[in-house]
Design a protein around this ligand. Structure first.
Ligand code: FES
Length: 120
């Protein structure tokens, strides 16, 4: 799969540092590629125009602050872990969901809860 994405389908267009190593991940069940060093937000927005849909209006959202402060870029891994896309480094093989599903938020755990649980 090419990392060069159509201007129509992606929010971000990569114009520099295109020689970094490729990283494969799965976005909403579809194989995708981004580059080593990308945040999850960058990886998603070089594939499509939104990172999630607003839980209030259903409108597409693409993050806002890009620095981990606004809470506008939450996505989930397929195991249910909530991920703040703008501050989460993309890792090889990540399986990410940007679509809401039938599970309620109370069934998901945050990144910090997982890390605390791992330390025990
Ligand atoms: S874009 Fe604001 S917290 Fe991620």
């Amino acid at each position: 799969m090419s990392i060069v994405t159509s201007l129509r389908s992606a929010q971000f267009v990569r114009v520099a540092e295109t020689a970094r190593a490729s990283v494969s991940f799965v976005l909403d069940g579809v194989e995708a590629e981004a580059l080593a060093g990308d945040t999850l937000l960058t990886a998603i927005l070089t594939q499509q125009r939104r990172v999630r849909r607003s839980e209030f209006s259903g409108e597409p959202r693409a993050g806002f602050c890009q620095i981990g402060a606004c809470q506008d870029c939450w996505v989930r891994s397929e195991d249910g872990t909530r991920l703040r896309a703008c501050s989460t480094p993309l890792r090889e093989g990540m399986r990410v969901l940007t679509q809401p599903d039938s599970r309620s938020d109370s069934q998901f755990v945050t990144e910090n809860e997982v890390k605390e649980g791992d330390a025990q």
